[in-house]
Design a protein around this ligand. Structure first.
Ligand SMILES: O=P(O)(O)OC[C@@H](O)[C@@H](O)c1c[nH]c2ccccc12
Length: 267
């Protein structure tokens, strides 16, 4: 049983809290400290975003974070190094989030081999082309890396079924159309999307996009196995520019505890 499966089993019906942060934002050392602290504060897994120069599916908050990280000199090998360092301190699942181009540039086999050696557990690739997904998923599986697909609110039943059949780890249910960014409310149709996914797979179904406050996590934990929170973390992390990192660490840890407390059992 891999770390992701173990983590969901250990939660025994409580919804997992899965923060997303951009690796190397604002610097390598501060980013490592922040991820460490977020995991210590109760996050069940971490979705670690590999910064990319053309993050098409991202809103302004995450785009700015990727730019800060890249401008600090952060590159793909640093992501593997960060995962290695995190792995030496935690057994919680570490999920790499990356656009497909860095994988193709680095080499598919080399990428997943490095990710596995570093101690990574899964990968989320928001822009993987349908025709390339099976090959990439096969290489990931061969390296014991879960290939975590995304289903969109516009995905039809047949597409959702096909996506679920290729999935491992969990299925990422994108709550709303558009790009990442904090929303004021949870999208109305996301529970139906989760229930549709659950018709086609026994894998956990986790909801992301727009979750910005504990009330959202509480609502989602009525029906989903996990909740992913990205921009709300990244916006807080951006405050390192004008506050010291320890103060920001306190803020993201308090936010984590509030979100975790809201993630109750859904069974
Ligand atoms: O930032 P949000 O709205 O909380 O959404 C999660 C998101 O950050 C993370 O899962 C993610 C970051 N970039 C993405 C691009 C596509 C899909 C998902 C993502």
């Amino acid at each position: 049983m891999g770390r992701i499966e173990q983590a969901f089993a250990a939660l025994s019906g409580k919804t997992a809290l899965i923060p997303f942060v951009v690796a190397g934002d604002p610097t390598y050392d501060e980013s490592l400290k922040l991820v460490d602290a977020i995991l210590d504060a109760g996050a069940d897994m971490i979705e670690l975003g590999f910064p990319y120069s053309d993050p098409l599916a991202d809103g302004p908050v995450i785009q700015a974070a990727a730019l800060r990280s890249l401008q600090s000199g952060f590159q793909l090998p640093h992501s593997f190094r960060m995962i290695e360092q995190l792995r030496s301190r935690t057994q919680k699942p570490i999920i790499a989030f990356t656009y497909v181009n860095p994988i193709l540039q680095f080499g598919i086999e080399a990428f997943f081999d490095q990710l596995a050696r570093a101690g990574g557990d899964g990968v989320i690739i928001p822009d993987v082309p349908l025709e390339e997904a099976p090959d990439i998923a096969q290489v990931a599986r061969h390296c014991d890396i879960s290939f975590i697909p995304l289903v969109a609110p516009t995905s039809g039943a047949a597409r959702i079924q096909a996506i679920c059949e290729a999935a491992s780890g969990f299925v990422y249910c994108v709550s709303s159309l558009g790009v990442t960014g904090e929303r004021s409310a949870v999208a109305a149709n996301v529970q139906h999307l989760v229930e549709t996914v659950k018709q086609y797979t026994d894998l956990p179904a986790c909801v992301g996009f727009g979750v910005s406050q504990p009330a959202h996590a509480k609502e989602i934990s009525d029906y989903a196995d996990g909740v992913i929170v990205g921009s709300a973390y990244v916006r807080r992390i951006a405050k390192v520019a004008e506050q010291n990192v320890d103060s920001v660490i306190d803020q993201v840890c308090n936010f984590t505890k509030e979100l975790k407390a809201a993630c109750k059992s859904f069974i």
